[in-house]
Write a protein that binds this ligand. Structure first.
Ligand code: ADP
Ligand code: MG
Length: 722
C-alpha cells in the first residue's frame, strides 16, 4: 500500500471522513471513496453496488488484451494493437444519409504518424471525437492502400481524460484490461479505477470456502482470485478469460454456485428433520385411488404417483416438484395425492396462479373428487366479502375438505382445521417465498409443486434445488402430433379457412392474443377488436366467444363454460387460457403475433389442443421476423418436446426472461452464469451435497451455515437456511 494511491476518501464530500489510517473494510460504503459523491453513489447503487464488498464482486464481463501498446509509427498490418492517440479531424463519407454513412477519424500521436479509425453508422461519434480528444484505440491493424495509412475498422475506443494520474493511465493500457458494465454514467474506466484502488486499499478478504473443498480442487485463495479476475496477471490467455475459465474465474464461479447449492441442500436437510404427517396408504386408500381413475395411467404417471405416495408415507414433510409437459396428465396425479390426504382425514389446498386457472382446476377436480365422496370449494379474491367470510369459516372448522383458489388462499386470515397437503400449480408465477407463507401455517403439511413448463436442468437445480423432483416424461397413448404451421400475417386468410373447415367438421378453435405483462389492457383491446372482426365479418354464421383477464369472474366462467359445452365454437382470448384449459374437442389453436410470445409460452398454448383423439393444428401468425425470431418459430414448428423447447428458449432469451416475469425466484448471481457454466454448476452441486451430508467437522459446517446466512441468504432469496 503506498501513499500515492491513498486517495480514497475525502473530507470534502462527507463530514465524517473515513479515518486515514484504517484499511478499507468490506462493508465500507462506496460513498466514502474519493470521487464517489452522492450522484455517482446513486448510480452505483442502481446496479446494486453499495459497499466495497459489492464493488470487488462486480466482475468484468469482458477482457481486452491491450498489452501490445505501440506508437502509431510502429504499427504493422495484421496485428492486434493498442495506441494512445489524439483526434486530428473527422468526417462522414459514403452515404448521403448521415446516420448510415461511414464515419472516419484521423488520429495522431507523438510519433506524428496517422492512423484512421472507421465506423459504419458512426455519425453519432462526431460529437464525442472532437479534435484534440485523447483516446485509447484497440483493434486489428489494416492498411488502407487508398490513403496510404494504417486503419482500424470499428476500433474499441476508450476516452482518456486529462486529469488521470500516471498510475491510472497505466491501468487502461499496456496490459490485459477488464471491461465493466457501466453503472449509469460511471463508465467502465471509472469503475476500473475504483476497483483497482479498492483492491490496493483493502485490509483482507477472508476465504470462506471450506478448506476441504479448496484444497481438493486446488483453488487459488479468494483474495488472489478476486484480484486476478479483475486484473489478470500478464500472460493469462485472453480467450480463456473471455470464456470465464481462468483458474481465478473458475473458482469464483464455483464458489457462488457452491454456496447457493449448500443453502438449498441445508434447507432440504432441515426440512427432512421437521415433523410432518405420516399418511397411511391403507387398502382403502388404494381402492379409492383406483375408483378415481377414469383411464389406465401411463407408466410415467404410475411412477411419479409412487414417488409422491412414498414421500407422503414418510414422517417428514414432502417437498416435491412434479414436472411434466403440457398434456402429460398431471391433474390426475394431483388428484390421487389429494385422495391420500383426504382419506387420512386431512384437508387439501390447491393453489393456482390465476382465477381462471383456479376455476379450471375446480371444474376438472370436482367431478373426480365427487366420485370418491368429497366436495371441493372454490375460493378466489373476487368473491363478495360475505361469501368469502362464510367459506373461510367452513375451512377453519373443517367443513370444507378441499379448497381450490388463487393466492387469496395465502392471506393471513385464512385458517385451516387440519391442512395436510398443499398442491401448488406453479407456472412460475408464484414467488417461492409465497410458497413458504402457506407452509408456515400451523403444522407442516406436505407440499407438491406442479409445473407445466418443463424446466431446463440447470434452472431446476438453482430454483428448485431444495425440492425433490418427479418428471412425467410420457404422454397418454393415442396422442397425435399437433401439426404446426407458420403464416405471415398477410396470409392469415389461410389460417381462417382451415379454422372454418374444422368448425364445419364439428370441432372448436382458439384464437389467442399476446399479453405483455404491463399491457393487459392493450391485449384486451386487441382481443376485443379481433372478436368483433371475426364474429361480424369472417365467421358471421359461427358462434364466437371472448375471454380476457378484465372480465369479472362470473363472466369468465360463463365464457369458459360456453366453450366447454360447445355453445361457442371459436374462443378469442388473451393468454389467460395459457394453462390448464382442457377442452378435448378443440383442435385448432391460432396464435396471433406469435413473435411476441416466449417459446415455452407458445408451447403451452399449443398444448391446449391435441387433447382428444382428433388431428389438431397450431397456426402461428407473425409480423416481420428477426433472425432469432425465425429460429424460434422454426423450433416450434419442428419440435413438440417441451424440454427441447425450454432449453432453446433459455438459450435464446436468457434465464431472466425465461419465466417471462420479474419475480421468478431466480437467484442473482455475480459472476456465475447458468447458461455458460452448467458444468461448474453440476460440480458445485455435487461438492455442496457431499459437504452437507458429510461435513469434515461440525465446526466447518456451522461456519458455513453462518456464512451463508450472513452473506447469501438475502441475495439468493430462496435460501431460508433456518
Ligand atoms: P396436464 O395438466 O399435464 O397438462 P392433464 O392432466 O390436463 O395434463 O391431461 C391432459 C389430458 O389427457 C386430459 O384430457 C386427461 O383427461 C387426459 N389423460 C391424462 N392421463 C391420461 C391417461 N393415462 N390416459 C388417457 N388420457 C389421459
Ligand atoms: Mg409425509
Amino acid at each position: 500500500m503506498n501513499g500515492s494511491t491513498r486517495l480514497l476518501y475525502t473530507s470534502l464530500n462527507f463530514p465524517e471522513a473515513y479515518p486515514e489510517d484504517l484499511p478499507l473494510a468490506l462493508d465500507t460504503a462506496l460513498t466514502y471513496l474519493k470521487g464517489v459523491g452522492p450522484a455517482r453513489g446513486a448510480m452505483l447503487q442502481s446496479r446494486g453496488l453499495e459497499t466495497v464488498e459489492d464493488l470487488i464482486n462486480y466482475f468484468p464481463f469482458r477482457y481486452e488484451d491491450r498489452s501490445n501498446l505501440k506508437t502509431i509509427a510502429q504499427l504493422a498490418p495484421g496485428e492486434l494493437a493498442t495506441v494512445i492517440a489524439e483526434v486530428r479531424s473527422t468526417k462522414v463519407s459514403g452515404m448521403r444519409r448521415r446516420n448510415i454513412g461511414l464515419f472516419e477519424a484521423e488520429f495522431t500521436d507523438a510519433s506524428r504518424a496517422i492512423v484512421l479509425g472507421k465506423w459504419f453508422h458512426g455519425a453519432y461519434l462526431a460529437d464525442r471525437l472532437l479534435p484534440g480528444t485523447r483516446v485509447a484505440l484497440f483493434g486489428k491493424i489494416e492498411f488502407d492502400s487508398y490513403r496510404g495509412e494504417m486503419q482500424i475498422m470499428h476500433p474499441e475506443l476508450e476516452y482518456l481524460s486529462g486529469d488521470d494520474d500516471e498510475a491510472d493511465s497505466a491501468l487502461h493500457t499496456g496490459r490485459i484490461v477488464p471491461v465493466y458494465e457501466a453503472a449509469g454514467k460511471v463508465n467502465t474506466r471509472a469503475i476500473r479505477v475504483l476497483v483497482h484502488r479498492v483492491l490496493q486499499e483493502i485490509a483482507e478478504v477472508e476465504d470462506h470456502l471450506p478448506e476441504s473443498v479448496r484444497s481438493f480442487l486446488k483453488f487459488p485463495g479468494r483474495a488472489e482470485a478476486i484480484r486476478a479476475a479483475h486484473f489478470p496477471p500478464p500472460g493469462t490467455p485472453v480467450r480463456m478469460l473471455n470464456e470465464f475459465r481462468s483458474p481465478a474465474q473458475f473458482r469464483l464461479i464455483f464458489e457462488e454456485f457452491f454456496w447457493l447449492e449448500c443453502g438449498l441442500e441445508i434447507k432440504r436437510q432441515r426440512a427432512r428433520l421437521m415433523p410432518g404427517i405420516q399418511f397411511s396408504l391403507s387398502d382403502r386408500v388404494r381402492e379409492q385411488i383406483k375408483k378415481l381413475l377414469p383411464f389406465k395411467p401411463t407408466g410415467a404417471q404410475k411412477r411419479v404417483l409412487k414417488e409422491i405416495a412414498d414421500d407422503m408415507a414418510k414422517p417428514c414433510p414432502m417437498n416435491r416438484l412434479l414436472q411434466g409437459d403440457v398434456g402429460s396428465g398431471k391433474t390426475i396425479v394431483g388428484a390421487e395425492a389429494a385422495v391420500i390426504a383426504l382419506e387420512n382425514g386431512y384437508q387439501v389446498a390447491i393453489l393456482a396462479p390465476t382465477e381462471i386457472l383456479a376455476s379450471q382446476h375446480y371444474l376438472s377436480l370436482k367431478p373426480l373428487l365427487n366420485k370418491v365422496g368429497y366436495e371441493a370449494a372454490l375460493l378466489t379474491g373476487s368473491f363478495p366479502a360475505r361469501e368469502k367470510a362464510k367459506l373461510k369459516e367452513m375451512l377453519r372448522t373443517g367443513l370444507i375438505r378441499v379448497a381450490i383458489g388463487t393466492h387469496a388462499l395465502l392471506e393471513k386470515d385464512v385458517e385451516f382445521d387440519n391442512l395436510g397437503l398443499v398442491i401448488i400449480d406453479e407456472q412460475h408465477r408464484f414467488g417461492v417465498m409465497q410458497r413458504l407463507g402457506l407452509v408456515q401455517k400451523g403444522v407442516t403439511p406436505d407440499v407438491l409443486v406442479m409445473t407445466a413448463t418443463p424446466i431446463p436442468r440447470t434452472l431446476a437445480m438453482t430454483i428448485y434445488g431444495d425440492l425433490d423432483i418427479s418428471v412425467i416424461d410420457e404422454l397418454p397413448p393415442g396422442r397425435k402430433k399437433i401439426l404446426t404451421k407458420h403464416y405471415p400475417s398477410d396470409q392469415v386468410e389461410l389460417a381462417y379457412s382451415a379454422m372454418r373447415q374444422e368448425v364445419d367438421a364439428g370441432r372448436q378453435a382458439y384464437v389467442v392474443y399476446p399479453v405483455i405483462e404491463e399491457s393487459e389492457t392493450q391485449a384486451m383491446k386487441a382481443a376485443q377488436q379481433m372478436f368483433e372482426h371475426l364474429s361480424a365479418e369472417v365467421f358471421p354464421d359461427i358462434p364466437v366467444g371472448l375471454l380476457h383477464g378484465r372480465l369479472g369472474s362470473g363472466e369468465k366462467e360463463a365464457a369458459m363454460e360456453a366453450f366447454k359445452t360447445g355453445r361457442t365454437k371459436i374462443l378469442v382470448s388473451t393468454t389467460v387460457i395459457e394453462v390448464g384449459v382442457d377442452v378435448p374437442n378443440a383442435t385448432v389453436m391460432v396464435i396471433e403475433q406469435a413473435e411476441r410470445f416466449g417459446l415455452s409460452q407458445l408451447h403451452q398454448l399449443r398444448g391446449r389442443v391435441g387433447r382428444g383423439g382428433e388431428q389438431s393444428y397450431c397456426m402461428l401468425i407473425t409480423e416481420k421476423l428477426s433472425d432469432t425470431g425465425k429460429e424460434r418459430i422454426r423450433t416450434l414448428v419442428d419440435s413438440q418436446d417441451g424440454f427441447v423447447i425450454a432449453e432453446m428458449d433459455l438459450k435464446l432469451r436468457g434465464p431472466g426472461e425465461f419465466f417471462g416475469t420479474k419475480q421468478s425466484g431466480l437467484p442473482s448471481l455475480r459472476i456465475a452464469n447458468i447458461l455458460r457454466d452448467p458444468d461448474i454448476l453440476s460440480a458445485a452441486r455435487n461438492e455442496a451435497k457431499a459437504f452437507v451430508e458429510r461435513p469434515p467437522s461440525p465446526e466447518a459446517f456451522s461456519r458455513a451455515v453462518i456464512y451463508i446466512k450472513e452473506h447469501w441468504q438475502r441475495r439468493y432469496g430462496l435460501v431460508q437456511v433456518g
